[in-house]
Design a protein around this ligand. Structure first.
Ligand code: PNS
Length: 161
């Protein structure tokens, strides 16, 4: 049986920390589905199609990774996909409480779903999509923070704002 896992998130935009989790998860599971949440209440920097395209671009060499978007409950999407493992990255203790709450909620909604936590690599433990947006906005350098091939997209987007 193919062991499939879903890595959900906002990915606005994908960071090197996210990519590191994707690569490591792809070595553990037969298939990793990166699932970008469609949240109509939250206008991001990139729209959903753009986020999906950026993730596809930086993961194109990882054979067993695919990227999609989803809306509604994560557990419903997972059942549709035939996966029962959620992958989450934990950067620090501060992530723990929120992630614990979400994993309990998902378990309550569907007892067959397990959340598997991977510790974010130490070198990316301070990274977040929102801090990256701020750094770019105020002219800072994001060279080590996001995959090189998406830096022009971020610059262009922020310039237009
Ligand atoms: O990158 P994020 O924004 O921390 O990701 C949060 C995400 C997408 C994993 C979470 O908001 C989610 O799963 N949303 C779907 C709605 C849902 O299933 N809610 C119930 C679990 S709390």
């Amino acid at each position: 049986m193919k062991r499939s896992a879903v890595y959900p998130g906002s990915f606005d935009p994908i960071t090197k920390g996210h990519l590191d989790i994707i690569k490591r998860a792809s070595q553990i599971f037969d298939e990793v589905i990166v699932a970008v949440l469609i949240n109509p209440d939250k206008k991001g920097l990139f729209n959903i199609e753009e986020r999906v395209e950026l993730i596809k671009r930086v993961t194109r060499d990882i054979e067993n990774v695919k990227t999609e978007s989803f809306h509604g409950l994560l557990v419903d999407y997972m059942n549709e996909k035939g996966s029962n493992v959620i992958i989450k990255g934990l950067r620090a203790v501060s992530d723990f409480e929120y992630e614990l709450q979400m994993s309990h909620m998902n378990k309550k909604l569907d007892a067959t779903i397990e959340t598997v936590f991977l510790m974010t690599s130490a070198k990316y433990s301070y990274l977040s999509s929102s801090s990256i947006k701020q750094v770019v906005m105020f002219g800072g350098c994001i060279d080590d923070l996001v995959p090189n091939e998406i830096i022009p997209d971020i610059m262009l987007k922020i310039d237009k704002k």
